[in-house]
Write a protein that binds this ligand. Structure first.
Ligand SMILES: NC(=O)c1ccc[n+]([C@@H]2O[C@H](COP(=O)([O-])OP(=O)(O)OC[C@H]3O[C@@H](n4cnc5c(N)ncnc54)[C@H](OP(=O)(O)O)[C@@H]3O)[C@@H](O)[C@H]2O)c1
Length: 273
């Protein structure tokens, strides 16, 4: 299996690269701003999805069987929307399988629970760019898998976990919302599920989150307890009134039934050892 992880230097990308390489796959990965330290058996390539020039040449050189697009440009349309279209066009031209990572940010929260059949109704620029990317990927590469996910948590390395540590230490101004609810996923489960999709021929929309719905504050408390921090120091607030989606729960049950990889809930993977 030859795989190309686009955005391999990111939080999710790092785990995808690690797992693919450990499985003995021929693994290539891209970074944009800074080349990661050397990982045995991984071929790194610089790629900026804001330009049209590089990806086609890379696919001619690497001839990957599958591409996983794990890039994030947040609300930068040129990366998140246009860049994802570039990946989809290149995958279609070169006949590569594509797994595209999307987000629960495509939803407003007006109906709270969303399964794989729900259409996007974003309320943020980031959500709009992810929704545009989903639409392009579906139409340009109908055989692709589009995988929506939610807050990605690890063993301390995610932005969410770092923020909890900074809030508990009092080195970060901010609050953890009690009314903003998501269904987090562990980065190892997510990466395993994405690679399972990459080697399959499953097409369409997939939801990859754990089953537990938690507020940002509840999630912070679990992270603090796991890491031995004083959870009572975590400041709380309300997201209501901000330009954001409040309660968005991806329903992953249909996808979970198709997968061998089990997506654990946050209460399970954050339990105190
Ligand atoms: N993190 C979450 O909680 C969360 C929640 C829902 C959905 N998601 C989705 O999950 C995926 C992975 O998220 P993540 O948190 O792992 O992202 P991340 O850590 O921020 O990594 C982003 C990746 O995109 C690359 N990138 C940024 N700008 C680029 C450009 N112009 N051209 C090419 N590559 C570029 C980065 O490269 P450099 O670092 O080298 O610049 C990095 O490899 C994304 O699709 C995101 O939307 C994440």
């Amino acid at each position: 299996m030859r795989i190309l992880v686009v955005g391999g230097s990111g939080f999710l990308g790092t785990e995808l690269v690690r797992r693919a390489s450990a499985a003995g796959w021929t693994t290539a990965a891209t970074y944009c701003s800074a080349r990661p330290g050397s990982a045995p058996g991984v071929a790194w390539h610089r790629l900026d999805l804001r330009t049209d020039a590089q990806l086609g040449d890379l696919l001619v050189e690497l001839e990957p069987d599958a591409i996983v697009n794990a890039t994030s440009g947040l609300s930068d349309w040129a990366v998140t929307a246009d860049g994802s279209v570039r990946v989809a066009l290149a995958a279609a031209r070169h006949g590569c399988r594509l797994v595209h990572v999307s987000s629960d940010a495509v939803f407003s929260g007006s109906r709270i629970s969303y399964d794989e059949s729900c259409l996007p109704d974003p309320v943020t620029p980031y959500g709009a760019a992810k929704a545009a990317a989903e639409t392009a990927v579906r139409l340009l590469t109908p055989a692709a898998a589009v995988a929506r996910t939610s807050l990605i948590i690890g063993e301390g390395g995610s932005a969410h976990e770092r923020m909890v540590h900074e809030l508990a230490a009092g080195t970060h101004d901010g609050v953890l919302f009690t009314d903003v609810v998501r269904c987090p996923v562990h980065v190892q489960d997510l990466a395993a599920a994405l690679l399972e999709l990459a080697v399959s021929d499953r097409a369409g929309m997939f939801h990859l989150t754990g089953p537990d719905a938690l507020s940002r504050h509840e999630l912070g408390v679990l992270i603090a307890r796991r890491d031995g921090l004083d959870a009572s120091r975590l400041p709380t607030g309300r997201g209501e009134g901000n330009a954001m989606a409040l309660d968005v729960r991806l329903d992953s049950r249909t996808t979970q039934e198709l997968l061998g990889t089990r997506l654990r809930g946050a209460r399970e993977f954050l339990q105190v050892p």
